[in-house]
Design a protein around this ligand. Structure first.
Ligand SMILES: [Zn+2]
Length: 95
């Protein structure tokens, strides 16, 4: 897996910058917009996490265990989301 690059100058973004949603390229200053494809991937993943957390409550799993699993989930989202980002020069519509 590789971190995303600037659509204009091919500058590879740092992971720590991507966690806070990059708006423009630090190298060339061009605006960066998420592609529809990468946004869709994020939107598909979010409900899966919510369902998993709700399912754990329904199944009456130990609260400490739920907290641990939720923490791991959030951490993995934070770690892996920057890798699914892809940038383009124009804001793309949601649908
Ligand atoms: Zn750039």
């Amino acid at each position: 897996m590789e971190l995303p690059r600037c659509w204009n100058c091919n500058h590879q973004f740092a992971w720590k910058n991507l966690c806070f949603r990059i708006k423009s390229c630090p190298s060339c200053g061009e605006s960066q917009f998420l592609t529809k494809e990468s946004r869709n991937r994020i939107f598909v993943f979010s409900p899966i996490c919510s369902i998993l957390i709700i399912a754990m409550f329904i199944l009456d799993i130990n609260n400490i265990l739920i907290a641990c699993i939720t923490g791991i989930l959030l951490l993995s989202i934070f770690t892996f989301f920057p890798f699914v980002y892809q940038f383009t020069d124009k804001e793309q519509p949601f649908v």
